[in-house]
Design a protein around this ligand. Structure first.
Ligand code: GLA
Length: 387
């Protein structure tokens, strides 16, 4: 072989080796840069397929969760999605007449692409709502008004704003979304009349609830399922006040289809019986029930301790046992329960990681590495728990 030929071959080999090295480095970097995002487990059963004959299972998400390994987990295990924050009033109409649809649309699109349904959360809430709703034409807080005529005018203005908010949103999504949290957390047994003393209530009484449901029905048509959503619905004082309100609304022909039970519970309480008893009570009024925000804290209510990185096995076992008991009861009562939505999908992203204090929490069925926990097996295939 001539020298020049040898040189050419050497040069080609050197270039090929350089390309291979660059390729290997890029590949290693790719794996290194994603240590917190392991792939979703492929060889486990699907949660929603396990319950396919009982009720759909869902999860609340943020828009960023429509990509990456977390999205794969969602696609495999849930049939319903709920926006954890981006459909709340303050996010969707931050200023009067200024609707921001981008984030909400992203969740709706992701659901459509993957054969999932979206539930809307929430048209009306006292929290995460723009202050503009409650200011009069001069920018003064409506709640400070003392003149009766002006108070009446303010009430009218607020209800008009509310009607526009509801009709605009329901009108936009009515073909894609059929299940709506119309009002959220309106009951508070400690407040006067047992109604939460929100600006909504102080300015309009219970008229805002009526207006919201009627506007939702008007814009969404008969196929829209309209829910009143709250936490602690197992608590007899709260449950009974909610029952009374719903009955009164039904008497006035307000179109309420069901009760959303948030079900933010802990491994210590409340009892599964009290959760089911509440559903039965609303079922007797001809109403549907949904579990809308399920999670199970590993700490007792009001306990501020932190397990740190290592959650004791007996705690995870207790959680698994309780999730199992809960899902057995849900299954046994599927005649009055038409869906179960978790408030998140895996322990890497849950509001409880920073509420009531920043600490290690583990309220869901998948851990921070997106791997199935004992609680997952407890509701999907308890025989695997012994292994
Ligand atoms: C309530 C609300 C949810 C959410 C949780 C905490 O349950 O309904 O939208 O804000 O609090 O994250």
């Amino acid at each position: 072989m001539s020298d020049s030929k040898k040189q050419r071959i050497n040069a080609i080999v050197a270039v090929a080796a350089a390309i291979a090295i660059v390729f290997i480095v890029l590949l290693l970097n790719r794996f290194e840069s994603k240590p917190s995002e392991p792939p979703a487990q492929a060889d486990i059963p699907s949660l929603s397929e396990t319950y396919a004959d009982d009720f759909p299972i869902g999860a609340a998400i943020e828009p960023f969760q429509t990509e990456g390994p977390g999205a794969e987990l969602l696609k495999k295990h849930v049939k319903w999605l709920v926006a954890e924050n981006v459909m709340k009033p303050g996010a969707i109409q931050p200023a009067e007449g200024h609707f921001t649809w981008g984030n909400a649309d992203r969740i709706v699109e992701f659901a459509k692409e993957n054969g999932m349904e979206v539930r809307f959360h929430a048209l009306v809430w006292h929290s995460q709502v723009g202050a503009w709703f409650f200011k009069d034409a001069d920018g003064k807080p409506m709640v400070d008004e003392t003149d009766p005529a002006k108070r009446e005018a303010n009430k009218k203005l607020l209800l008009e704003r509310l009607g526009t908010h509801v009709r605009t949103i329901v009108g936009r999504y009515k073909d894609d979304i059929h299940s709506w949290d119309v009002v959220n957390e309106v009951i508070e047994p400690g407040d006067p009349d047992g109604m939460r003393a929100s600006d909504w209530y102080k300015i309009t009484g219970t008229d805002y609830i009526e207006t919201a449901f009627r506007a939702a029905r008007e814009a969404g048509g008969p196929e829209a399922k309209l829910y009143i959503n709250d936490y602690g619905t197992d608590n007899p004082a709260k449950r009974d006040r909610l029952y009374e309100l719903v009955k009164e609304m039904q008497g006035k022909g307000v179109p309420i289809d069901g009760v959303g039970h948030q079900t933010h519970i802990s491994i210590y309480g409340p009892t599964v019986d009290s959760i089911v008893e509440s559903m039965r009570k609303f079922g007797e009024l001809g109403l549907d029930n949904l579990v809308t925000e399920l999670d199970m804290s590993i700490y007792a209510w009001n306990d501020r301790k932190d397990f740190g990185a290592e959650i004791p096995d007996d705690v995870l076992k207790k959680q698994a046992d309780r999730y199992r008991e809960l899902f057995e009861a849900f299954k046994a009562n599927k005649d009055i329960l038409s869906g179960v939505v978790f408030w998140g999908i895996a322990d890497d992203h849950t509001w409880l990681n920073s509420f009531p204090v920043k600490r290690t929490e583990a309220p869901l069925l998948f851990d921070k590495q997106l791997q199935a926990k004992p609680a997952f097996w407890a509701v999907v295939d308890p025989s695997k728990l012994a292994e």
